[in-house]
Design a protein around this ligand. Structure first.
Ligand SMILES: Nc1ncnc2c1ncn2[C@@H]1O[C@H](COP(=O)(O)OP(=O)(O)OP(=O)(O)O)[C@@H](O)[C@H]1O
Ligand SMILES: Nc1ccn([C@H]2C[C@H](O)[C@@H](COP(=O)(O)O)O2)c(=O)n1
Ligand SMILES: [Mg+2]
Length: 210
């Protein structure tokens, strides 16, 4: 397990806690809502490291890992890969980054993801950026994306929407009940969405500096 995992695992909490917990913002929203696009802008302006759970899983799939075939099949089918795999990838990437500010994009995708990350790391997100976008618009964007993704076809997209509604929206509702959700109208043009996004990160910087 990475040192982030060790440091924040409950049984070793206490004397071995590092000086400062990392800042984590979860970036959630349906397939094609613009999470990756906006994360690239946030990285440039606010110095975060962007970790896309989907990108990490695709890289793991292509690395010849023993989990490669399972990841490939689950992604094609729009299913959510077991948290054990995804949390391990996230922790490794956090540690390798050398940064202490992370945008975790497309995670947690279900209650199992959420509980696993919290229990392994003890980290609570600073807030959850939620890109709210009508399904019709998301479908149009994904079908026009042209990045060669195996799940950007109408059959996989329909399955991803179903999983999003059944498994991911309840996680957003959970964080909403804790006052952590910052909702953005993601149907607007990229620049307008970023104007709204910027406000939340500027407020956080102001809070940290105060
Ligand atoms: N506000 C926007 N208006 C129009 N097109 C957009 C907007 N934001 C992103 N796009 C385009 O929509 C497509 C999907 O965007 P992006 O990859 O950022 O979504 P995502 O939320 O990361 O999706 P996924 O969950 O499938 O990874 C891309 O082709 C991107 O250029
Ligand atoms: N927490 C996650 C994130 C992603 N996946 C899998 C299943 C998704 O459909 C796929 C693509 O993710 P995206 O790039 O659209 O964020 O990756 C998962 O299993 N668990
Ligand atoms: Mg993405």
């Amino acid at each position: 397990m990475s040192s982030y995992g060790r440091c924040y695992t409950k049984e070793v909490n206490g004397s071995s806690l590092p000086d400062k917990k990392p800042t984590v913002v979860f970036v959630l929203g349906g397939p094609g809502s613009g999470k990756g696009t906006q994360c690239a802008n946030i990285v440039q302006h606010f110095g975060y490291t962007h970790l896309s759970a989907g990108d990490l899983l695709r890289a793991e799939q292509n690395s010849g890992s023993e989990n490669g075939e399972m990841i490939k099949n689950m992604i094609k089918d729009g299913q959510i890969v077991p948290s054990e795999v995804t949390v391990k990838l996230l922790l490794r990437a956090m540690e390798e980054s050398g940064n202490d500010k992370f945008l975790i994009d497309g995670f947690p995708r279900n209650e199992e993801n959420r509980a696993a990350f919290e229990s392994v790391t003890g980290i609570e997100p600073e807030f959850v950026l939620f890109f709210d976008c009508p399904e019709e618009e998301m479908e149009k964007r994904v079908l026009n994306r042209n990045q060669g993704r195996a799940d950007d076809n109408i059959e996989s997209i329909r399955k991803r929407f179903k999983v999003y509604t059944q498994s991911s929206l309840p996680v957003i509702e959970y964080y909403d009940s804790k006052g952590k959700v910052r909702k953005i109208d993601a149907s607007k043009p990229v620049e307008e969405v970023f104007e709204a996004v910027k406000e939340f990160f500027t407020s956080l910087d102001d809070k940290v500096a105060a």
